[in-house]
Write a new protein. Structure first.
Length: 74
């Protein structure tokens, strides 16, 4: 699960994520980063599993001020 990945425009049940794997080794993970502060809290709130992320209030404040898309690099 990638809680900050943007939903796919054509199929909202999917998110835009990729993983480049060469010879069984992950080389480059990436995703289209969710940049809507009203939508960003729900994926983080609904997390389960071993890698639960904390809610970053400063990041959400930056989104409210108009952070541009960061493509998973922000």
């Amino acid at each position: 699960m990638v809680p900050l990945a943007k939903q796919n425009v054509e199929n909202p049940t999917l998110v835009d994520v990729y993983e480049l794997i060469i010879n069984g080794q992950e080389i480059s993970p990436g995703y289209s980063e969710l940049n809507d502060p009203t939508v960003s809290t729900s994926p983080v709130d609904g997390q389960v599993g071993e890698e639960i992320q904390n809610l970053d209030e400063d990041f959400l404040l930056a989104l409210e001020h108009g952070m541009p898309p960061a493509g998973g690099i922000g």
